[in-house]
Design a protein around this ligand. Structure first.
Ligand code: SF4
Length: 89
């Protein structure tokens, strides 16, 4: 297990804004197989119920979209692979 995989997702750490992280929703992949590709769904930091352990849900993303969620078909520059999700594909 790598150091990055030991991060406790239940802690309330300070988080990056969507804009600073480079977060964007990729609507093209909204209905695709989310187990494949560089998407939030496959990211180690993703938390079910449309949240992220290191990026805020509030505020505008890089496209100035404001919806108070982190979508499974979104992605940011901090993406890190979640092996357990990728193995399902
Ligand atoms: S790619 Fe990962 S770190 Fe970035 S917003 Fe999505 S879940 Fe969070």
């Amino acid at each position: 297990m790598s150091l990055i995989e030991t991060i406790d997702k239940s802690k309330n750490y300070l988080k990056f804004s969507k804009a600073i992280s480079g977060y964007v929703e990729v609507d093209l992949f909204k209905n695709s197989d989310l187990n494949k590709g560089y998407l939030c769904y496959n990211c180690l930091y993703y938390i079910q119920d449309n949240k992220c352990s290191i990026v805020q849900t509030d505020g505008p993303d890089v496209n100035n979209k404001k919806n108070r969620i982190i979508t499974p078909h979104g992605v940011c520059t901090l993406w890190y692979h979640n092996e357990s999700e990728l193995k399902k594909s």
